[in-house]
Design a protein around this ligand. Sequence first.
Ligand code: ADP
Ligand code: TYD
Length: 211
Amino acid sequence: MDPEGYGLLITLEGIDGSGKSTLHASLKEMLVDLDPVITREPGATWVGESVRRAIAEQIDPITEATLFVADHAAHLTRVVRPALAEGRLVISDRYSDSRYAYQSVTLEGVVPSPEAWLRSMHNGWTIMPDKTFLLTLPLDTALSRLKPASRREHFERRETLEKVQNNYLTYAWNEPSRFVVVDAMLSADTIATFVADAIRHEWEAGRKRKK
Ligand code: ADP
Ligand code: TYD
């Protein structure tokens, strides 16, 4: 039996400024009839709060990375796993691919083979998303959408975001059946309509398969 029940797990990924939060908010309204569980990483628990604190204090990269993993574990236990077991649609703004894409950069030179290290930390307990929408755009546009440089988090440097976006594109290339690459330069309405339709299609296809 499928241990995750009949649910559908959708994730939104992309660099800072790609429009994930804007899309997430639109999907909440456009898919209201499907009663989705709208969630995010870092999450709304105290673990998520400690992640935000670690980011703000620029604590060392291993502490930061392992807190992100802890936040993911809490998110799965408290939100994702129960919702999927009830057959719900779950839409998460960021998920494990954020760890692979960002912490592979922050852990460069800190641990050998950061991506393999990160993936092995997730193996055996994480839940693979059914579909991942990856918003991509030119770095200059992403940076121009972010707050002023003086108030940015350390992830939001051009060199970091460039590597992060390249990592994401590699994952999309390696897993074409899971990833849908979306042009984040399109209007927010066009993107939301496209992604909402695609999620609706997945949801209905899933219902038919399980009948
Ligand atoms: P993220 O959550 O990926 O960091 P946001 O959704 O917060 O990105 O968007 C960053 C900024 O860009 C916000 O000011 C938002 O209004 C704007 N924005 C979002 N999507 C688009 C879009 N498709 N076109 C132009 N601007 C956008
Ligand atoms: P988030 O709150 O999603 O920021 P935004 O809405 O501005 O995109 O995430 C905060 C930062 O944490 C963001 O720069 C991406 C980074 N991040 C990681 O480095 N690893 C992770 O696993 C996650 C979930 C986020």
